[in-house]
Design a protein around this ligand. Sequence first.
Ligand SMILES: [Cu+2]
Length: 394
Amino acid sequence: MHLLGNSVIIGVFAALASQSVLAGPVGRGSGHAGGIPMPLDFKRFEDAYHKNIRASLGPRGCTRRSIAVRKSWDNLDDATRADYLRAVKCLATKPPTMDTSLAPGAVNRLDDFTYIHINQTNIIHQSGYLLPWHRLFLWQMEQALRNECGYKGHLPYWDVPRFSEDQTKSKVFDGSMTSFGGNGAPVPHKAHRVTLPGLVIRNFSLPMPAGTGGGCVTDGPFKEFTISLGPVAKEVIDPANKYGYQPNKRCLSRDFYDPASKGVLTWANATTIVASKNIKELRNNIEDLWHLNSHTFVGREAADPFSTPNDPVFYLLHAQIDRLWAIWQGQDLQERTYAIDGNRTFLGIALDYAPNVPRSLATIEDKMDMGLGWNPKTKEGMPATEFGRCYVYE
Ligand SMILES: [Cu+2]
């Protein structure tokens, strides 16, 4: 990747890349209202990532001209935001592609995604597959939005640390028609624990704090939106519908929980993540400081570890996680692109429904199940500029 010959060729192409984020400083900070600007220490990591990705691109395949730039939702223009939301709703009007006898509750194209996420949850979280699986999952959604519903842009990310003090100040959650809508309606409810099905440790549970919403989203384009699969993680699991595969038509609900964001989803923690010394530290930092907290902040549907893609904001939430991984990888592409850490199941716990799935350490040669018959090797989900992927985060 750092061959001298290659970088000479790249130099020739640099002039062609003037619209690319890779060609110069990112237009960030000035001109964008609201939020906490990116601090210099984080920006240093981002700059090194851009520089190293730029140096890695050759004249063929993923090039400086063809590379897609995934931007912050808050930095998109209104027309692009509206077009993205239109395309999400377009997928919700299309029939599922999957075999619905596996999950009769799958009623639209978005449910193909939610189904496979439910089906794979105990393999792709708290495991070695977390980052590569979700990288390919997001890419599949980006492809579906573009190829099946005519979306012209690329997958945006939720600029979480910029709004850690008040996420409703972000255009992701400001409640306008070019946002994902705001909080759920306030309904009285208490903190509780939910059980995760599928692990041999019976009644493995997670805390669900009580936020300030809890009910249906009442503004923005998903006000009348309905979902059907899940929920899965519940106080008491129903053995007849353990994974929420049966139809369960309901509204999209949220339950914003500020303590999971304020002082937590901060630039300081984002910097700690991208500054991780090795893949083990990175994975632990992402899980402990970021991943669960960002789901918990949104709450309700988004906080169900299995059916969380029911909330369309899931894809922007995970794009931020994908971005933090990409920036970390981008500090040393040669050493870090294919670095893997973690077991083959959730925390290395055996699965009650699939006792043959080993709990041992994941490798980059392991196949992953992306749904609809796509079983790529883990390594295919690791670089963002190879194996058909070609994108960079602004
Ligand atoms: Cu997930």
